[in-house]
Design a protein around this ligand. Sequence first.
Ligand SMILES: [Zn+2]
Length: 356
Amino acid sequence: MGRAFGGKSSVLGRVWPTLGAMGTANASRLEQDRVLLLARVPFGESSLVVQLFARDRGRVHLIARGAYRANSGYAGLLDLFDSLELSWHRAGQAHGALGELRAGALAVRRKHLAQDLASYGRALGVLELLDLAARVGPGDRALFERAEAALDELDFGATRRLDDCVAVDPELVALRFDLEFLGALGLAPALDRCASCGRQAPLPGTGLARTAFAPAAGGRLCQRCAAHLQSEGMAVWDLESALLEAAAALLAARDREALWALGGLPAPSPRADSQAEAHAGTLLTGGPGSSGRKAPAATLSGPRLAALGDWVDRFLEHHLETRPKSRGARRRHAANSSLPNAPHRGGPPRPSASAN
Ligand SMILES: [Zn+2]
């Protein structure tokens, strides 16, 4: 019972509990929740320790005894990216105590994520942000549900690509979740108002082509506030206004049809419904006056999507004070520092001016 974790403690010691506190598990009450796995580490000969983001209970650490035994009910259950319904004995009162998994069932299997490299990387990024947000205590149902929606969309895209069908760029899905994550933490960038004085920004497409933006101030700035804050030494970025409008459009694209339209694709029908597919096709190709949802003014792809990704990355890094591991290789292609008029150090590179 009293064994320590051993070799992996250098990585895990900061957050992982000790096993000495598990003895009281049987005396504690049973809890149940829908969860996503954040991490899993083999323990001992046959057990598994899992870190979870539980929808209503926040961060939970559990031991699944005998998980690796052939007759275990947990064999094949505790996988990353799947939604699970678990019940467990709550951990004891000791700091860092582990709960004990008692029963589990699969709620949503997302089995294609591991087969499509781009989707897999973005899905890991979703879990990494959840891991950064997860705290012991009450969960965050809204954030949990947006994470599930992101994983659903990534898995759906992976399934499509594996079948050689077109699918929305996984980067678009990941970026939408990044922005939703910032919102859940109360860090959503001000996109339609000056973050400093609250003045309403010009309507999309009617203002200046470029907008001042200061992460430390919390978003976009009007010219007066930008000049004032810059004179006080605050780092102010010079962004293409359309990028902020694109971020707002991405946040508003809550369903598949809207997201795919933003990516320049007609949404596939959920069933093999040729009429629906044809209808979706008219939304993309039809001119003004075609029926149905209005196509976005500009789709998010190519250099524009890369520029948005770079900007969101930098905004996240500013507020998290760390670069999430999944970011390093993710958007290298986005940076094109040879573009003219690159902003000062710390600002995102200027995107191509031809995107609109
Ligand atoms: Zn202002």
